[in-house]
Design a binder for this molecule. Sequence first.
Ligand code: KIV
Ligand code: ZN
Length: 499
Amino acid sequence: MRRLYIFDTTLRDGEQSLGITLNANEKLEVARQLVKLGVDVIEAGFPASSPGDAEAVNLIAREVKGVSICGLTRAVESDIDCCAQALRGAEYPRIHTGIGVSPVHMEKKLKLAPERVLEVAVAAVKHAKKYVGDVEFYAEDAFRSDRSFLAAVIESAIMAGATVVNIPDTVGYATPFEYEELISYLMHNVRGIEKVVVSVHCHDDLGMSTANSLAGILAGAGQVEGAINGIGERAGNTSLEEVIMAVYTRRNQYGLEMRVNTREIAATSRLVARVTGVPVPAHKAIVGAGAFMHASGIHQDGVLKDRLTYEIIKPEIIGGLRSTISLSARSGRHALRHRLQEMGYQLYEDELERVYQQFLQLADLKKEIFNEDLHALMGMPGGNSNWITLKNIAVATSGVSTATATVSVDIDDTGCMDAACGNGPVDAVFNAIDRLTGLEVRLEDYSLSSVTRGSEALGEATVKLRSGEQGLVVGKGISTDVIEASAKAYVNALNKIKR
Ligand code: KIV
Ligand code: ZN
């Protein structure tokens, strides 16, 4: 079997492009989950882009073992030096350096002649080699480059010491047939390519990144790059979970071996959605809430007779669960703990108690508690040492859109109350909270989604607040009352700003 290496760039290409700065601890939490998932390489960030990113890469390098930790650089000495510093402490450090090679990148962005680009590429690889043995070279916008020039650059990078060569379709312009042809061309026309790992890195602008990655793998690439949930710039990166499950589901045809634990896919997807605040669309392949639901009568009938009629993947394989025991207000701690364990959550007694109390509050409002509700509860903050705690909300509406909200909170354990008007109830609540805190924040985004279905479904609100000190932070709140969920999300984001 041929080995396929999984290179995760959720924390670099995925996160950076969203404009959300995950803090170092959030990045560490994701990196630890990626280790559970069993990826081979974690691209933890672009250290030269900001001191915060360098710090996060260094934290991950020191704390996360058993996997390669990689940092991105431009083909610039100071970037490479900074990256090497950030990777100190890593068990398997990798520097990922490179330069644009397409005519538009060379002429318009870099303003360098092709011969000079080739020299800069070689110098960057050689410089990175002074620090680490494992150097990956990327030829940015490779797909739109001149084939023979690309082959020359890749060959020179290999001669300079690159161990992995990355052939990105940076703008997601390729189609599977063409991308397969490009990888195949390089496999046959670059001297020394058999000694290194060829990597595919595709973007989803035309919705073909997974197909293109698979085409590149079939042509001989040994590493695939992507982000969990396909997050990233513009239309995003290749969804790593899609490639993993395509290779797994079609393993008899592809004969590729990976070391991933597919059962961690659902948990990884949920964590990434929670920390980035980028929700997973319901119809998203593999990890969407509806990916394993059978709605029409004909399909339900077929699945009940034999699930193979309409299912190509058992939900259990990705860590999803078919629940058998129903949880309600009558369920005890034992039943809750059992279900949470089945779902992959291990809780200490005090955590279980906190979740159980939240569970009971919810169960008072809903007849049945589903796994999705529990995942939402588990994703919520503990609420013990918060700067601001929500106590009460009363909203009065008048006319079509005007509303007045009266909000009570504890700030630093002191109770206070204020009221404000707004363009609708949620706006009024946010305005009242702003009056209470006096913080300078800007609401960049607000969204509300239903965790389960039906009129008593749990609503999950997400707010993105920008503050001078912390940049963009994401807050989450859940409740069967959407105004309360929104207020909780707002307060959660404020607590992160004050942390
Ligand atoms: O899309 C791309 O070309 C990249 C490189 C920087 C690796 O992300
Ligand atoms: Zn990219």
